[in-house]
Design a protein around this ligand. Structure first.
Ligand code: MN
Length: 462
């Protein structure tokens, strides 16, 4: 038994609720199977499945997930010592199905058009049959990325990083697993842009003291104001990940010193009510910047993320962002869909979880309609990467639309008939052209006339 496994075992014991006997058996089988095998780095292979299981434990996945994590490479790497029937007999059909799913789920490079589509399709199939397959796949990729530099050619490293950035990180984002998403991004960008990231790290280190003292000053004021109002809260600072900083600098052609939201302050409280109380309190301390306020508590993001974001102007004129959330929201912000898993044990209904699966079903249906694999690929990539906006009907119903949507898209979303009969649109009570791009929070009113058919020009707009 390895030291690494003993550590993990102790951790699981402490977390509680795990079938440790079953986990032991899975580990022992994995150890037997991979005996004598080495990773490219020269370490014993078993280090890898243990690390993957450890990441699954951090995500607080269930017993079957941990077992499957140990066994995830056995069928492929040692078919003479393990097979599906055997795993099914020893560990049950769930573990067998997850191992099977992880084994089959290969995503080759995006540039290999048709093959990759075929596999993406499988991936989605697998995912809608059991989300744990994807979670283990993400954990697998995370460990491979953490250890990438020691054992691959530079070209191969870049290919893997590229793939991680274009498929795995967006997937983690889509499932709301921020912790894995941001680590995958940072590991990938360090492989792809080593000089730029080294520069960013150096500059960050150089200005660290100044930035820290600025943020600590604001944190101290928030803490005392909240304490005075009797709001129990944890207040701390968080720094943007390297990938986001790199992206922002590139996209907006900015220097590091011109990026104001490098640091944000996070307030974590017990109740939703206290979120809004805290918001009120900090808005009396500093002036908020108009247009930077976002209430993802009232309108959660599609990946279940909830928080209030606001940007304030400090006394010295420096803007800084504050995020306010409850502890429950914090857990979901960090672990996303995984946060729901452990207590679910299979079948119990969970609205958010069903919504995720619903998204996948839609993707699959689309793919069948679209047919052309290249277009499907674009759709998937678009859907994985792009954000959504939320707009209101005049009655106050909230609709989710892809960003870039126009009033006509909204009309068709409400009802096909309304879409067909559209003659004009008002956004925030003002008449606008039908191709106006909608923004978050817009109130959209569609003007209709009976007997109007869709116009040919609309094909260009909607
Ligand atoms: Mn693996």
């Amino acid at each position: 038994m390895t030291v690494q496994y003993e550590e993990l075992y102790k951790r699981l014991e402490k977390l509680g609720g795990y079938d440790l006997e079953k986990i032991n058996r899975a580990y022992n089988l994995a150890e037997r199977c991979h005996e004598g095998q080495l990773r490219i780095s020269g370490e014993p292979y078993i280090i890898h499945p243990i690390a993957v299981a450890k990441i699954c434990a951090e995500l607080q996945l269930d017993t079957d997930s941990i077992c499957a994590a140990f066994l995830h490479d056995t069928i492929e790497d040692c078919p003479d010592k393990a097979n599906l029937q055997m795993i099914k007999k020893e560990f049950g059909s769930d573990v067998a199905e997850i191992v099977d799913g992880v084994t089959k789920l290969k995503i080759p490079f995006v540039t290999k058009q048709d093959e990759s589509i075929e596999n993406l399709r499988k991936m989605f199939m697998a995912m809608s049959s059991d989300i744990r397959i994807i979670l283990i796949k993400l954990a697998d990729r995370l460990h491979n990325m953490r250890t990438i530099s020691s054992h691959r050619s530079p070209l191969r490293q870049k290919e893997i990083a590229e793939e991680t950035l274009s498929i795995y990180a967006p997937l983690a984002h889509r499932l709301g697993i921020f912790k894995i998403k941001s680590e995958l991004e940072d590991l990938s960008i360090q492989v792809l842009e080593p000089e730029r990231i080294a520069d960013i790290k150096l500059s960050l280190a150089a200005e660290k003291e100044e930035r820290d003292s600025f943020i600590n000053e604001q944190i101290a004021r928030i803490r005392s104001a909240l304490a005075e109002a009797g709001v129990k809260a944890e207040v701390n600072g968080r720094i943007k990940n390297y990938y986001s900083i790199f992206n922002k600098m590139r996209r907006q052609q900015k220097e590091l010193s011109e990026i104001f939201d490098l640091n944000a302050i996070r307030i974590i409280v017990n109740t939703v009510r206290e979120c809004y109380e805290s918001l009120g309190i900090i808005h009396t301390l500093w002036k908020p910047i108009p247009g930077r306020f976002k209430d993802y508590i009232a309108m959660p993001k599609q990946n279940m993320y909830q928080s209030i974001h606001t940007t304030l102007i400090a006394d010295n004129g420096m803007p800084f962002e504050v995020q306010i959330r409850t502890w429950d929201m914090h857990r979901i912000a960090e672990y996303g869909i995984a946060a729901h898993w452990r207590y679910k044990e299979g079948k119990s209904a969970d609205a958010d979880f069903d919504k995720k699966v619903e998204w996948l079903r839609q993707m699959l249906e689309w793919q069948q309609e679209v047919g052309d694999s290249r277009e499907f690929m674009e759709t998937v990539k678009h859907d994985l990467v792009n954000d959504y906006i939320y707009v209101f009907s005049p009655k106050g119903d909230v609709y989710e639309l892809p960003s870039g949507s126009v009033p006509l898209d909204f009309a068709y979303r409400v009802h096909t008939q309304i879409g067909h009969q559209t003659v004009g649109a008002k956004v925030n009570h003002r008449l606008v052209p039908l191709d106006t791009e909608l923004q978050n929070g817009d109130i959209v009113e569609i003007l209709t006339a009976k007997g109007r058919g869709p116009s040919r020009d609309w094909l260009k707009i909607a």
